[in-house]
Design a protein around this ligand. Structure first.
Ligand code: UDP
Length: 331
């Protein structure tokens, strides 16, 4: 029958966009979230169970009550900078949460798990664009916690006989083109939303962390993937597992890299407003360049990003902040 799906972290930025995409396919996803960073307003496409993943008994009870067969696991702490200053939080919440969740899955009727992994597991890659078989040598506790989770999932899924997919996200950005959801973190630390807040005059200036990297303009380069494209990638991974696909670790990125200064220019263009900028020292834990080789996702899942060019990502994000310029000019 139709898989009964639980989305951990469904009240957060990415999880909520995936719930919306699941709903458009006829699913009624159960959100499991402790609301530590997510919000109730993001949960519009199915019930919410307010549960902490580390409470394995409560998780098992919830999975059983909803007869869950498929888990999409997003709930995690996800600030690179914070992971350097408070690593214990990352190992407790991300690794502890993963172990308790998988044990609960093993005790109930779960058959497949899709896990939100990260390009941060690669650290400073040997080759760029980075392929899935590159060595994973993370350079911050956030990345290490995600790599540990990949290993734990591989071992425990083997034990329980789950199908699974580990999706290594690059920099997720943008917002629901319909305007129902947007990117919001408290505190906000991500480049595009901060630049939009700066363009809106809510902050005095944009601080850029490092302009002495070995890149064309000296600032870091990232691969931005639109959150709606990422959500489609999850639906494709679900179909893949439903068809009995083998365990999979796959990059979800656009394959295009943009420097931090290019992103700020795109924000100025999208909003018609300046983004005052100040150069700062490097941020600890930042790799200089991270760009996906997205070939495996295309080949195995049929992943084909539609809204992940920088102008569209920034335009959707700007609109979700109420900052779209009245008339876009081509010059
Ligand atoms: N960044 C920056 N100033 C900010 C926030 C981010 O220069 O106020 C840079 C950051 O150092 C990195 C890039 O923007 O090079 C993307 O950072 P973000 O935190 O958005 O995502 P991450 O790559 O850490 O997942």
């Amino acid at each position: 029958g139709v898989p009964r799906i639980c989305v951990t972290g469904g009240a957060g930025y990415i999880g909520s966009h995936v719930c919306k995409a699941l709903s458009a396919r006829g699913h009624v996803p159960l959100t499991l979230d402790n609301l530590s960073t997510g919000t109730r307003q993001n949960v519009s496409w199915g019930p919410l169970a307010q549960v902490d993943l580390r409470d394995g008994t409560a998780v098992a009870r919830t999975l059983r009550a909803h007869q869950i067969t498929t888990v999409l696991h997003f709930a995690a702490s996800a600030y690179v900078g914070e992971s350097v200053t408070d690593p214990g939080k990352y190992y407790d919440n991300n690794v502890g949460g993963m172990i308790a969740l998988l044990r609960a899955c093993g005790m109930t009727g779960v058959r497949q798990v899709i896990f939100s992994s990260s390009c941060a597991t690669y650290g400073i890659p040997d080759q760029c664009p980075v392929t899935e078989d590159s060595v994973q040598r993370p350079i911050n506790p956030y990345g290490r916690s995600k790599l540990m989770c990949e290993d734990i999932l591989t071992d425990m899924a083997g034990q329980y006989g789950f199908g699974f997919a580990m999706l290594r996200y690059f920099n997720v950005a943008g917002a629901d083109p319909d305007g129902q959801l947007r990117e919001r973190h408290t505190p906000e630390t991500h480049l595009i939303p901060l630049a939009l807040m700066t363009a809106a005059g809510q902050r005095g200036e944009m601080q850029i962390f490092g302009n002495d990297y070995d890149t064309p303009d000296g600032t870091c380069i990232r691969d931005y993937i639109h959150v709606s494209d990422l959500a489609q990638g999850h639906l494709q991974a679900l179909s893949y597992l439903d068809q009995g696909g083998a365990p999979l670790a796959v990059n979800l990125g656009s394959g295009q890299g943009y420097s931090n200064l290019e992103v700020l220019r795109a924000v100025s263009r999208a909003t018609g407003r300046p983004v005052p900028t100040r150069m700062m020292p490097r941020r600890r834990g930042d790799p200089p360049v991270l760009v996906a080789d997205a070939g495996l996702a295309r080949a195995i899942l049929g992943f084909a990003p539609r809204r992940s060019d920088l102008a569209t990502i920034v335009g959707d994000a700007a609109r979700s902040f109420g900052l779209e310029r009245a008339h876009a000019h081509s010059s």
